[in-house]
Design a binder for this molecule. Structure first.
Ligand code: CP
Length: 292
């Protein structure tokens, strides 16, 4: 039984296989490889992209998917996470895809060894499937070689599981990762740190813009996000004609993270990331449910 809790769970060979399989799924009509499989999605936090992407990926491969909405489940009657999971596992799913506010939640369920557990985003530490789909998008754009490319992560890095997973995976793949944020959004890190976006624009190949995660701030960090946007919004004036790829995991705060104009610009790959997410998650389901 294999789990995906963090990209560190994957060998280099498995990452290469995921990229190959995602590319193949994108090029050819999906097969029904998982026709006899059943997956359960269990999202304790809101999601548009990740949940629907996993459900589309599973259905494209012929699997059945059941979603349990925790807000309408017996969690409301005090049932613990472990008991909820054990009861779902009593129905013999082939995997449970979980999103949770606690960093440790997916690993804790994986340790129960009842079914494959896939982390669909936990706390501020790991969102491995987002990192993998971002890697797939970067590989596609840079013709299969990201080594030596420089990526700036811009925004609320300290709160971001997307940033945390991207740093672990993309540095492992040989990318230079630099961090750009105002002091309250900057984590402790050995990576190069900058406060001004203007100081990095001439040295990056990719910008990964992040949303200010207001729901994770105990108290407001900025009174006015317009002022934040003045310094960090990726807009046409700031970007100019530079050949910089723009990524964002979504949801995008329009004209705060990225301007309306740049969201329409061919350099911006936000919807390509979403499209690629389905193919990468198909590859992940194949790896965990068939190949392991
Ligand atoms: N990228 C991402 O995790 O988006 P959702 O929160 O909509 O799933």
């Amino acid at each position: 039984m294999q789990h995906l809790i963090d990209t560190l769970d994957l060998s280099d060979a498995q990452i290469a296989q995921l990229l190959d399989d995602a590319r193949a799924f994108k090029q050819q009509h999906p097969s029904h490889l998982l026709r006899d499989k059943l997956l359960i999605t269990l999202f304790f936090e809101a999601s548009t992209r990740t949940r629907s992407s996993f459900e589309v990926a599973a259905k494209r491969l012929g699997a059945a998917v059941v979603h349990l909405d925790p807000s309408k489940s017996s969690t409301n009657k005090g049932e613990s996470l472990e008991d909820t999971f054990a009861n779902l596992c009593a129905m013999d799913p082939d995997g449970v895809i979980i999103r949770h506010s606690e960093n440790e939640a997916p690993g804790l369920l994986a340790d129960m060894q009842m079914t494959s557990v896939i982390n669909a985003g936990a706390g501020n530490y790991a969102h491995p499937t987002q990192a993998l789909l971002d890697l797939f998008t970067l590989m596609e754009h840079f013709d299969g070689e990201v080594r030596g490319k420089t990526l700036a992560i811009v925004g609320d890095i300290i709160s971001s599981r997307v940033a945390s997973s991207a740093i672990r995976l993309l540095t492992r793949m040989g990318m230079n990762v630099i961090l750009v944020a105002p002091k309250p959004f900057m984590p402790q890190s050995d990576l190069p740190k900058y406060e001004r976006l203007e100081d990095v624009l001439n040295k990056v190949d990719v910008i990964m813009s992040l949303r200010a995660q207001l729901e994770r701030h105990a108290s407001p960090i900025f009174d006015d996000y317009e002022e934040y946007a003045e310094h960090y919004c990726i807009n046409a004036e700031r970007l100019g004609s530079r050949d910089i790829l723009i990524l964002h995991p979504g949801p995008v705060m329009r004209n705060i993270d990225i301007s309306d104009e740049i969201l329409e610009d061919p350099r911006c790959k936000v919807l390509t990331q979403v499209r690629n997410g389905v193919y990468m998650r198909m590859a992940i389901l194949k790896l965990l449910l068939l190949d392991s």
